[in-house]
Design a protein around this ligand. Sequence first.
Ligand code: SF4
Length: 304
Amino acid sequence: MYFNIQRYSTHDGDGIRSILFLKGCSLACSWCQNPESRSAKRSLLFDQRLCVKECNACQKETGAITRSSQDEIVINRTAITEHTLDRLETSCPTQALTVCGEKAYEDDLCDALLRDKPFYIESNGGVTFSGGEPLMQPELVANVAARMHQEGINTAIETCMHAPWKNIEQVLPFVDCWLTDLKHTDPQKFQDWTKGSFARIKSNFQQLAKHGKRIVIRVPVVPGFNDTEKELYEIIDFALSLETCSEIHLLPYHTLGMNKYNLLDMPYHCSDKPLNNPDLLANAQRYAENHPLSAQKLTVTIRG
Ligand code: SF4
C-alpha cells in the first residue's frame, strides 16, 4: 500500500529524486507530521471547510456518515469498512472527503519512477523510499529497488529503523543510502513519546554500520522531547560510534502537519509552536565539530 509519489524532490537524498511514500508505521511519534501514513490500511480524511451544506452524496453511500442537528458531517469511523472506502473514493464532489492509500503494483510503481530517469542520472539523484515506515513492506521495497539498480539508478530509504532485522536484511543489497531517524537515546523517553523500543533501533544501527552502508542520521528536534544540549549531545555521541555515519541533519520541529490530525479525527499531543532555539542547534554543531572522535568524520547541518 502506498499513498504518494513525489517527483523532483531535492530534500530526501542526493540530487533530484522521486519519493515513494508507503503506508504503515511501527511507531506513533507524538510530533508525526504525516499521521495519514500511520495506518497500513487506507485512511479517510474529512475537511469540514470544503463540505457543501446542500450535498448528501456521501450519506447516500453509507449510513456511517450522517449530518448533525448543527448541519455538520459526523463520521462513525468504526463503521467504515474497506467496501465503504471503495464507494467513498469517488463520491465527494468537492474533495471534502478523500481516501488516502492505494494498492501498490510493483510494475506500475517502477514505470512511474522510471519516467524521470534522465533527471536522476543528470543530477546524481535517484529514488527514495519513505513513509510511513518503508521497512514494513520489505518485499515491495526490495523488488522495486532491485529494478532501479538494474537501471543504474541510486536508491535511498527514509526509515525510523524500528523493524525486525530480517526486514532490513531483505532490502540491504538494493539500498545505497540510509536516511535514518535517531530521535532519542533514552529508552524510557523514547518509549513514552513514540511507543517504540530504542533497544531494537540501537541494535539495527549497529548491525547496519557493520555492512558498510552510508548512514545519514536525521534528528527531529522536538520541544519537551529532545531539545536540550544533553540529549542532542548523546545522539551525536551515538552517531560517532557508528563507523559509516558521516552526516547528521538536525530537523527543527514544525507544525505544518497539525491540521491533518483534525482531518483524521486524531488528537494532537505536541506543541502548537515550532522550535525556535537557534543557539541549541548551533551548540550541537559545535559539539560535533570539536568532539575528539570527530576529526573531520562527522558533519552536522541544520535543515528546514
Ligand atoms: S460528499 Fe463531500 S461535500 Fe457532499 S456532504 Fe459529503 S463530505 Fe460534504
